[in-house]
Design a binder for this molecule. Structure first.
Ligand code: GZL
Length: 336
């Protein structure tokens, strides 16, 4: 008889397991939550391929979990005042969670206090904010931008001699920098991380730096100005804070009759598809990964919050470095 009950309990456990495996994520999600979790997300805009991939990751993941997540999505066209308006609207609607990618680091204290007073937890996605009271947000998930800046400079220091044009020397390597959006965490941190490594290599010198606002158009415009001011032969390297601005610079360099990737070495950050294509064409020399695929992590955190779980204050995304020589082999595996 004992064996019968044992066999039965094993059979029931197997059936439960099969049932769970057979259930969709939504049904499992519904099992866990007694009502839909309403999430208000304020996105920066659509300034780059990275941002488009980030939006897609968030919207697709919410769709996958539609039985228990209702996403209210707002695009701020890269304006902080629009993000603040969106957050105030989410508060007025009484959403369960607010998440946003802050376009700049400062100016958030008042509206985050309003969210806290309304008892609505705030998740920072992609970028951080600079506030004196860190209880105004529950977790920050995204890349380590200072490390991305360090990795870019380290790749340059380790590889410039190998990739530079034969007649160029190592005595003085003149770098022009296309910064990201003024005041944004990635721009500030990539600026700092890059210089942290270069300070030990005084022959590498940043001779020009200006914001290109993370856009292709910005990168082209600023690079045209650099070429006009310095002359193409007085520029050895372009450091783009993101691939889109570097791709714009590549266009300007070609229009000036020079060969990007050969006459002028180009390194940038994001590792979007366009960067791999440019590396395969020999126009870009390396891209440092910054993953936009934050959707799954975001909604895992949202569900954990709904279950009353404690979230880590910082969730870091793991990333790599992609030199041109691996581009052809890696591109087919890339999803953004
Ligand atoms: C980085 C992200 C940056 C990307 C840019 O996490 O905030 O903003 O590097 C994007 O491409 O515009």
């Amino acid at each position: 008889m004992k064996h019968f009950f044992k066999a039965m309990s094993v059979a029931v456990a197997v059936l439960m397991g099969v049932a769970m495996v057979g259930q969709t994520a939504d049904a499992q999600c519904k099992e866990k939550h007694d009502k839909k979790i309403v999430v208000g997300f304020s996105q920066i805009g659509a300034e780059s391929a990275w941002r488009a991939a980030n939006t897609e990751s968030i919207q697709k993941e919410a769709e996958k979990r539609k039985d228990c997540i209702e996403l209210k999505f707002s695009d701020a066209q890269q304006k902080q005042e629009n993000q603040i308006k969106a957050i105030r609207s989410f508060i007025a609607q009484g959403v369960d969670v607010i998440a946003f990618s802050p376009v700049v680091e400062s100016g958030w204290e008042p509206v985050l206090k309003e969210a806290k007073d309304a008892g609505i937890p705030v998740i920072l996605s992609d970028r951080a904010v600079d506030v004196s009271d860190d209880t105004l947000w529950v977790t920050f998930m995204g890349s380590d931008f200072v490390e991305e800046g360090r990795r870019t400079a380290q790749w340059l220091v380790d590889n410039y001699e190998k990739v530079k044009r034969a007649d160029k020397t190592m005595d003085k390597v003149r770098i022009v920098e296309l910064q990201g959006t003024v005041g944004s965490a990635p721009a500030n941190d990539r600026f700092a991380g890059f210089r942290e490594v270069l300070k030990d290599h005084p022959n590498f010198e940043i001779v020009k730096t200006q914001s290109a606002d993370f856009t292709r158009a910005g990168g082209k415009q600023v690079m045209e100005a650099f070429l006009k001011a310095e002359g193409g032969d007085k520029i050895d390297v372009v450091y783009g804070h993101n691939d889109d601005s570097a791709l714009g610079a590549i266009q300007a360099i070609e229009e000036a009759g020079l060969k990007p990737g050969k006459d002028i070495i180009i390194v940038s950050i994001d590792a979007v598809r366009g960067a791999f294509e440019a590396m395969i064409e020999g126009k870009l020399n390396a891209t440092i990964e910054c993953s936009p695929l934050l959707g799954p992590q975001l909604f895992d955190a949202v569900e954990d919050l709904a279950l009353g779980k404690e979230l880590p204050k910082r969730i870091v995304t793991e990333e790599g470095v992609f030199p041109a020589e691996v581009a052809k082999e890696v591109l087919p595996q890339r999803t953004y």
